[in-house]
Ligand binder design. Structure first.
Ligand code: ZN
Ligand code: ZN
Length: 353
């Protein structure tokens, strides 16, 4: 398996971001990412996908879209769309039609920032996902860096503090988002979880204080989605893009908060009587299954079954667990950073049937 670190929720000047595609790609190279997916609001920007190279390395730049209904008030229900290759923004007023059309065009749909609470101190409305009757979407953006920032702004002073000390922000996906995800999984929907930055690099000012809110490079060092591919990229744009989208569609991926320590190298797999499974896969319970978790460094590791912890390991780097019970098993890892307990790694589930 080849692990790729990607950031998949990014805005350029084509919507409300503050840099060009190539400037953002250079920031991604500096941060050590392997691929980025640009997702401007309601515009699929054509002709931008390519490998971008510099003296420091290369990144694969892909383009998707973040679609919402501008006629809706407040503007909830944002959806990340990858690989559909068609402008589907006009379908936004009907999320089910949009999901169906994305699927018909061979694309993926992720409900963006599913919990994105209002921040009245800075006049930001709640833009959570609300239309939970829809079916057939690929997954959800479980952890969104910008939503988490919004959730902490209880006053203008908080906004200034976190703008200057962003390392204090990220603690994990909101408990409400985790609860929604577990409910979807238990109800039989194989919803894939991804993490995104929602990078804009917004200029902000308060009196004499001026600051770029979270430069792109900062975002790219924080919450990323790590995808597991059958083999390395091979400089064939069509094939590489397909391989990444397939890995995302199957949930061969985990979310890593890479700032406290790099999460590259994390693995969660299951070995059964006749087969093995990785994140996103299904494996029979018959004759028992052995889970193996390996962390890049010792941390607190929790094995979750159907939304509830079944085993907690403290300060461990390698964990195993044997079961013959069917269920939906996923892993959460926590570590300390700036004296706070932080969510570090959130795996996609392995389905034991
Ligand atoms: Zn959004
Ligand atoms: Zn966004």
């Amino acid at each position: 398996m080849k692990e790729l670190v990607i950031n998949l929720h990014i805005h350029t000047r084509y919507s409300d971001g503050h840099a060009s595609h190539s400037e953002i790609a250079q920031a991604a190279i500096k941060a050590g990412l392997d691929a980025i997916i640009i997702t401007d609001h309601n515009v699929l920007v054509n002709g931008m996908e390519k490998y971008v190279r510099s003296d420091n390395g290369q990144v694969l730049l892909l383009v998707g879209e973040e679609i919402h209904d501008p006629g809706r008030s407040p503007q909830k229900n944002h959806m990340l769309v990858f690989g559909a290759n068609h402008e589907l923004a006009p379908l936004a007023p009907n999320p089910q039609k949009l999901v169906d059309s994305v699927r018909q065009h061979g694309g993926l749909s992720f409900l963006a920032h599913i919990i994105d609470l209002a921040a009245p101190a800075v006049n930001e409305p709640d833009i959570s996902w609300v239309d939970w009757d829809i079916q057939g979407f690929t997954g959800i953006e479980l952890w969104n860096g910008f939503s988490e920032f919004k959730s902490l702004i209880k006053s203008k002073l908080h906004a200034v503090f976190y703008a200057f000390f962003p390392n204090f922000i990220a603690r994990g996906p909101s408990p409400a988002a985790l609860e929604i995800w577990d409910k979807l999984l238990v109800n039989g929907q194989h919803a894939v979880a991804v993490g995104g930055s929602d990078a804009h690099a917004l200029p902000a000012s308060m009196g004499p204080l001026k600051r770029t809110l979270f430069p792109y490079e900062y975002h790219f060092r924080t919450i990323n989605t790590h995808v597991l591919l059958p083999h390395d990229l091979n400089d064939n744009l069509g094939e590489d893009r397909r391989m990444i989208f397939q890995a995302l569609a199957h949930g061969h991926a985990f979310i890593g908060y890479d700032l406290p320590a790099p999460t590259r190298g994390f693995s969660f797999s299951a070995k059964g009587f006749t087969q093995t499974a990785q994140m996103g896969d299904t494996i029979p319970a018959k004759n028992g299954v052995t889970f193996q978790v390996r962390l890049p460094q010792p941390a607190e590791c929790r094995l979750i079954k159907n939304g509830l912890p079944v085993k907690i390991w403290k300060k461990r780097q390698s964990c195993t667990f044997i079961t013959a019970e069917p269920g939906i098993y996923r892993v959460e890892v926590y570590t300390q950073y700036y004296n706070q307990r932080r969510g570090w790694i959130f795996s996609n589930p392995i389905y034991v049937i």
